[in-house]
Design a protein around this ligand. Structure first.
Ligand SMILES: Nc1ncnc2c1ncn2[C@@H]1O[C@H](COP(=O)(O)OP(=O)(O)O)[C@@H](O)[C@H]1O
Ligand SMILES: [Mg+2]
Length: 337
């Protein structure tokens, strides 16, 4: 059961209903990890009624494997390939590994993928779901976007989900998947973890931005006494690594150390001063941290863009990095450089 997504569901239903009437189109769901993009796509796929559903998902480890995503999307309908004009059929077959790879003609492949989707749509229509598009291999992405721009007269709805907030070039319709509305977040928490003390519930909702994955994961890591409000919540909250761990892992180790300093003290001057003493190439490391989108400078403060990014930094730190060291400059007070 999905909580609090009626606007998003209506927007997606509209795209699907239009496609069913022969006025196809593409739409992109944009949102951070755990916001509920996949859950929305699942709901759409399940409610497709008579429409055929094809699905694929970008996989990080396959993002440099040409045609991996297309292969997953199209294998259920390869039996329809014979209906395609010869050159398009050959291009799709080669991309899917059913024929020797020819020197790829991107136009023929794009046209072939579109033709195959049109065949698959038949009279009832087709919902194509492309999840985690940010990890889709480039060759598949090009072919899918080629098709996405040419759906106007087809019974095809192409639904993309992308992590982050950067729009997909060439697909103008977007649906932002943000935090849940407060009442929906409360109902969601209650459904998974029983009744929480109201102040705890409010604090969790604020700290997580009502991200469903974060709410669920963090509540699962809290003790019954913390959930009931008899004990304070830990600071930082646990569970950040699940959401932002991959972004933290992509930082160089100097940038991660600067991030750790910022997670301990938000004062810009303090962070810069400590970074100069402790981090080789501290300027570049600081710039990398800012460029990563995890932290930003706001006035005289360094702020994490999400409270759970701060906890992800803590969780990624090696014990030696967070344990005060009496011999270091700043001594046992290393927690506040
Ligand atoms: N509106 C919602 N109501 C109930 N559960 C939700 C909702 N949105 C997401 N979830 C749950 O939260 C978790 C994360 O959602 P998911 O769709 O995987 O996020 P994303 O794909 O954006 O990373 C999943 O367990 C999902 O079932
Ligand atoms: Mg997902």
């Amino acid at each position: 059961m999905l909580y609090g997504r009626s606007a998003e569901i209506s927007a997606l239903h509209e795209v699907i209903a239009q496609a069913r009437r022969g006025c196809g189109g593409a739409v992109v769901l944009l949102g951070e990890a755990g916001a509920g993009k996949t859950a929305l796509l699942d709901a759409m796929a399940a409610r497709g009624e008579a429409m055929r559903v094809l699905r694929t998902s970008g996989v990080e480890s396959e993002s440099d494997l040409a045609f991996a995503a297309l292969h997953q999307l199209l294998w259920p309908v390869t039996g329809l390939l014979d209906a395609l004009p010869g050159p398009q059929r050959d291009a799709v077959r080669a991309a899917l590994g059913h024929a020797p790879a020819a020197a790829g003609d991107r136009f023929l492949l794009g046209a072939g993928v579109l033709s195959l989707l049109v065949e698959a749509a038949g009279p009832e229509g087709l919902i194509c779901v492309v999840d985690d598009f940010q990890w889709t291999d480039r060759a598949s992405a090009d072919a899918l976007l080629f098709a996405a721009r040419r759906l106007g007269a087809e019974r095809i709805a192409l639904l993309f989900a992308v992590r982050g907030d950067a729009p997909v070039e060439g697909v103008s319709a977007t649906v932002g998947v943000g935090g849940l509305p407060e009442d929906a977040a409360a109902a969601f928490l209650q459904s998974r973890h029983g009744l929480l003390a109201a102040p705890v519930r409010r604090e969790l909702i604020t700290l997580t931005g009502a991200n469903p994955l974060a709410l669920n994961e963090i509540a699962a890591l809290l003790t019954p006494a913390q959930l009931a409000g008899r004990e304070p919540l830990p600071d930082p909250l646990p569970g950040g690594a699940r959401l932002f761990g991959d972004r933290v892992a992509r930082l160089s180790s100097p940038a991660r150390l600067v991030a750790l300093l910022a997670a301990v003290d938000t004062d810009l001057e303090v962070v810069l001063h400590a970074a100069e003493r402790m981090v080789a190439g501290s300027g570049a490391a600081f710039a990398e941290l800012e460029g990563s989108g995890l932290a930003e400078v706001s006035g005289t403060r360094v702020r994490f863009r999400h409270p759970l990014m701060r906890s992800a930094i803590h969780e990624a730190a090696a014990p030696a990095e967070v344990t005060p060291c009496a011999r270091c400059p700043g001594g046992a007070d290393r927690g506040r450089p």
